[in-house]
Design a protein around this ligand. Structure first.
Ligand code: GUN
Ligand code: ZN
Length: 442
C-alpha cells in the first residue's frame, strides 16, 4: 500500500555520516527546513522557502516549526511480553527471569493476550517517537502472529522473532529443537518480506537452548543468510558462570554462538558487557552488532557497557530499551542513561553521536540503513518530531542554551515521551500529541 504524500516543515536534523567518525561535518541541519514525502518515501530534504516555492498549489504542508524533525527512533532490542514485567523488584538477571519474566511469558500462548500487548506496545512506541524495532515475542507462534499482524496493519518496519528455548524454564514456555525449527520456518514463510516486516531467528540465549537447539538456530541461519538474528550475550556474571558450566568445551560465551554460525552481520547481540578481547574481535570480524541496553544494565545491576573497547575492535554498536529489564520506552531516556553508564567508565556520548546512534546507528546495526535511519531521498518517511521545550525543566534549561548540540544534549538528558510532538511511519501520522495540533496548510 502506498504511503502518504506531504511536506513537513520544521527544524530538520539529519546525518550524512557518523559524527563519531566525521564530527560536525556529518550533521545536516536546516533551521527552517522541509522534508518532502511522496508515496511514503522521502523525496527531498532542504531549505523550506526554496522548496515550498517549487511545490504545486494545494500540496499539503504540516508546519511543525519550531520543533525538531528527525528520523524516527529505532529500538533494536525489546520484549513484547515484558510490558507487565517492567519495574519488578529486587533481582539480578537469572532470578528476575525465573521469578517474574518466565511466568509472565507463559500468558502469551493466548492470542488475545498477545494481540492486546502488541497494540499497547506499538501505541507506546509511537508515542515515544520510535518507528522500528527488533522484538522478542515468546516461544508461542501465536505471539509472533499477533505482533507482526498488528505491525503489518500499521505499515511499520519491524523485526520480530519466535523465541527458541528448550530448557531451563517452565514447561509451558519450552519448545523442542524440532518445534523451534518448524515454528520459526513457518513464521518466516508467513511474515518475512510481508510489507516492511522481517522475522529474526531468536534463540533466547545459550542457557535456555540445548546444543541440539543451537544447531537448529545455526541451520536456519545458514538456510536464510540474510535474516536478522537476535539473542543475548554476556549480560551478567552469574550467567557467564552458568554458560561456562553448560558449555565447558567452548573458550568463552561468544565461542558458543560462533560454533553455531550465529556471529555474523545482522546478529543483534543484546548487552555484550563482560566480553574479553578475543570475543570483541570475534564480533568485529564477524560483523555482528553489540546492543547497549543501559536502563536494563543499571536496573538489573548487570554491569557497564564498554563502548570504546567494542568500537576499537570494530564492533557495530546499537542502543536499545530492553523492555522490560529496561525501565523506559523512551529512546531519549535510554540515551541519557547510556551517557551515565559511559561516564562511569570514563567514556563519552556526545549529543550528535547519541542521536545518530538511536536512528542511523541502530539502522546500520540491524542492516536497515538502506531503508530507514536518516532523512535522505529514497528512504522511508519514518520520522519523529520533538519539542525541546516540552517540560518546565526543558524550558528553563533552553533559556541558557546557545548551540544545537547543547539543545540536543539537554533534550536527551531531560526529555521523555512528552517531547514527542508527532511520529510518522511511511509518511502517515501514527502519533500526534493531543495538546499540540500542528498548523496545516498548503
Ligand atoms: N537474557 C535472556 N533472556 C533475557 C531477557 O528476557 N531479558 C534480559 N535482560 N536478559 C535476558
Ligand atoms: Zn533482552
Amino acid at each position: 500500500s502506498k504511503g502518504r504524500t506531504l511536506a513537513l516543515r520544521g527544524r530538520v536534523l539529519s546525518f550524512a555520516g557518523d559524527p563519531a567518525q566525521e564530527g560536525e561535518r556529518a550533521v545536516r541541519f536546516h533551521s527552517d527546513g522541509l522534508v518532502l514525502v511522496r508515496d511514503g518515501l522521502i523525496e527531498a530534504v532542504g531549505e523550506a522557502q526554496a522548496m515550498l516555492d517549487a511545490l504545486q498549489p494545494g500540496f499539503p504542508v504540516v508546519n511543525h516549526h519550531p520543533h525538531l524533525i528527525m528520523a524516527g527512533f529505532i529500538d533494536p532490542h525489546l520484549h513484547l511480553p515484558q510490558t507487565q514485567v517492567i519495574a519488578s523488584y529486587g533481582a539480578e538477571l537469572l532470578e528476575w527471569l525465573q521469578r517474574y519474566t518466565f511466568p509472565e511469558e507463559t500468558r502469551y500462548s493466548s492470542p488475545r493476550v498477545a494481540s492486546d500487548a502488541s497494540r499497547w506496545l506499538l501505541d507506546t512506541l509511537a508515542a515515544n517517537g520510535t518507528t522500528s524495532g527488533s522484538v522478542y515475542c515468546t516461544t508461542h507462534p501465536a505471539s509472533v502472529d499477533a505482533f507482526l499482524g498488528e505491525a503489518g496493519r500499521r505499515g511499520l518496519r519491524m523485526l520480530a522473532g519466535k523465541v527458541m528455548m528448550d530448557r531451563g524454564a517452565p514447561d509451558a514456555l519450552i519448545d523442542t529443537p524440532q518445534r523451534a525449527h518448524d515454528e520459526t520456518k513457518a513464521a518466516i514463510e508467513r511474515w518475512h518480506g510481508e510489507g516492511r516486516l522481517e522475522v529474526a531467528i531468536t534463540p533466547r540465549f545459550a542457557p535456555t537452548s540445548s546444543e541440539a537447539q543451537l544447531e537448529v538456530a545455526g541451520a536456519l541461519a545458514r538456510d536464510y543468510p540474510d535474516l536478522p538474528i537476535q539473542t543475548h550475550l554476556s549480560e551478567n556474571a552469574a550467567e557467564l558462570d552458568y554458560v561456562a558450566q553448560l558449555f565447558p568445551h567452548d573458550a568463552d560465551y561468544t565461542a558458543v554462538y560462533e560454533r553455531f554460525g550465529l556471529v555474523r552481520p545482522r546478529a543483534l547481540l543484546g548487552h555484550c558487557i563482560h566480553l574479553n578481547l578475543r570475543e570483541r574481535r570475534a564480533l568485529g570480524e564477524g560483523g555482528a552488532s553489540a546492543i547497549f541496553c543501559p536502563t536494563s544494565n543499571l536496573f538489573l545491576g548487570s554491569g557497564l557497557f564498554d563502548r570504546n573497547a567494542l568500537g576499537a575492535a570494530g564492533v557495530r554498536i546499537g542502543i536499545a530499551t530492553d523492555i522490560g529489564g529496561g525501565t523506559s520506552y523512551s529512546m531519549l531516556r535510554t540515551l541519557a542513561e547510556g551517557y551515565k553508564v559511559l561516564a562511569l567508565r570514563g567514556q563519552k556520548l556526545p549529543a550528535f553521536e547519541a542521536f545518530h546512534l538511536a536512528s542511523a546507528g541502530n539502522a546500520q546495526a540491524m542492516g536497515l540503513s538502506h531503508v530507514v535511519g536518516t532523512l535522505a531521498p529514497g528512504l522511508e518517511a519514518d520520522i519523529t518530531v520533538l519539542d525541546s521545550r516540552a517540560t518546565r525543566p526543558l524550558v528553563r534549561r533552553m533559556e541558557r542554551v546557545e548551540t544545537l548540540e547543547e539543545e540536543l544534549f539537554a533534550l536527551m538528558t531531560l526529555g521523555d515521551e512528552r517531547a514527542t510532538v508527532a511520529t510518522y511511519s511511511g509518511g502517515r501520522a501514527i502519533y500526534e500529541r493531543a495538546d499540540a495540533p500542528p498548523e496545516r496548510g498548503s
